[in-house]
Design a protein around this ligand. Structure first.
Ligand code: DC
Length: 222
């Protein structure tokens, strides 16, 4: 039987970096479900489809194909109609589009089986917003990974400045807060801690300490 570890939490808590490192250390497959919503968001942007509930999004979902694969390094690759869009979905615009389109029930239904099927055959660490509450309610271990909005915005700011991008801390903090609000207040599968999830707060921890915290939580419980 395969083991599933669900890691949920707000944007910028370091979920993907931490989950990826923990998966490597524990020999699990890491699945970043945010990439799937970003891919659907990209499809909508390309077609000029508004990211709201309705016929336009529904017919787009009938036409597109989203697949999750892995490259030779074991890294996740997302395909939109066969095209590798893993890099294209990482812009701030794609983040905002993903946040909006992920509130559309038909989009969540469209991506449900894809996510569940991944956990059927392999030992996975899956990160997202509703993994412990909706996608894998029977996951063996559930972690809610968070940090203060200011700490998350500061990390993101540093990352973008290091990439040479011209950004303002205040704009990033606003973005973080808007996405938190969208993710927590949508009607369907809102971001919230599962009753049986362990809370991991990384506000005061650096990356290495955060990875250790998560690996320890997993080791203590498995
Ligand atoms: O984790 P991320 O920033 O790549 O996610 C992009 C958006 O997708 C985010 O605003 C919320 C949404 N999302 C979701 O609704 N459910 C998930 N399981 C993962 C992401």
């Amino acid at each position: 039987m395969s083991i599933a570890i669900a890691i949920d939490g707000p944007a910028g808590a370091g979920k993907s970096t931490i989950s990826k490192a923990a998966a490597k250390e524990l020999g699990f497959i890491y699945i970043d479900t945010g990439a799937l919503y970003r891919t659907v968001g990209l499809a909508a942007s390309r077609r000029g489809v508004e990211p709201v509930e309705g016929a336009e999004v529904n017919s787009m979902l009938d036409e597109i194909k989203v697949e999750l694969t892995f490259n030779e390094n074991g890294e996740q690759v997302v395909l939109l109609d066969g095209e590798d869009v893993s890099g294209l979905i990482r812009t701030p615009e794609a983040s905002m589009m993903a946040s909006k389109i992920s509130a559309v029930p038909a989009v969540r239904a469209f991506l449900l089986d894809l996510q569940r099927n991944m956990a059927k055959t392999d030992n996975v660490i899956m990160d997202g917003r509703d993994i412990g509450t909706v996608i894998l309610p029977n996951a063996e271990i559930k972690i809610f990974l968070t940090a203060s909005p200011e700490a998350r915005a500061q990390r993101r700011y540093k990352e973008l400045i290091e990439k040479g991008m011209d950004v303002k801390y205040e704009d990033i903090l606003d973005d973080v807060k808007t996405r938190d609000y969208n993710d927590m207040h949508r009607d369907i599968a809102p971001l919230k801690q599962a009753d049986d999830a362990v809370l991991a707060d990384t506000t005061k921890l650096d990356l290495q300490e955060s990875i250790e915290l998560i690996v320890n939580i997993i080791k203590e419980r498995s």
